[in-house]
Design a protein around this ligand. Sequence first.
Ligand code: NAP
Ligand code: GCO
Length: 266
Amino acid sequence: MSILDKFSLTGKVALVTGASHGIGFAMACALQQAGAVIAFNSSNEASLQKGLASYREAGVPAHGYVCDVTDEAAVTALVKRIEAEVGVIDILVNNAGIIKRIPMLDMTAEDFRQVVDVDLNAPFIVSKAVLPAMIKKGHGKIINVCSMMSELGRETVSAYAAAKGGLKMLTRNICSEFGAANIQCNGIGPGYIATAQTAPLRERQADGSRHPFDQFIVSKTPAARWGTPEDLEGSVVFLASEASDFVNGQILYVDGGILAYIGKQP
Ligand code: NAP
Ligand code: GCO
């Protein structure tokens, strides 16, 4: 077997959650190009239809479903349906996520709970739903989409940072509990990526100048730019493939160097 064959996903079924657009869409397209059959979900019908149109436009075949990842009964039904219509899931990417940028003292417990529900409880729910079939099949890959906030804090994102920090530890725990069953669970920690989630941080000011946060991120990133969803393609294919079979419980930060950098000297 050649080294490139080890990156092939031919014959594999991948479920990418929240993949109608943004990072999930780019990851799903990359997994499909590497040979996998793609299933994805959106939180509602309108988003699903937009997503299906984007996959068609990109020439990427994909099976799309509506499913709220926080709803355990709906997730169980989704996994059963994918197993029947597409096949047993070999690769799960827990990508669906939300953020609420609210100063902690203004944040309600309900807002905090909602973020933790989507960004941490849901990866637990979806992983739990796919694991039994992976164990039976004798292999599986779970990839959790973590964040800079799995390592760093910042004003206004207490719930998101708590959830993404928790997701890093859920990753290590799934590795610990299921490594012997030949299941690898790793995380990808994207840096600041230009998607709908970060659009408010990049909006032009009324006078046409760049948003101060936009300038701040470019100055904090050794690559001196925002990332794109396509920047994450290589890492997801690697972690989904046989090439990473002895990589387990790791978080691969794809951040243009942010975490390595102390910041511009004065
Ligand atoms: P995005 O464009 O807003 O995508 C988020 C996706 O999550 C959407 O497709 C959305 O589905 C889905 N989603 C949210 N709640 C859901 C629910 N309850 N059930 C099912 N799906 C749900 O944002 P993105 O930037 O691509 O983010 C993708 C992931 O990367 C998130 O976990 C995010 O935290 C993480 N991340 C982003 C960045 C960044 O800089 N952009 C950096 C690090 C990590 P619908 O639209 O179909 O409702
Ligand atoms: C924020 C951003 C971040 C990014 C990302 C960084 O408000 O600071 O939204 O949290 O989305 O997760 O890795």
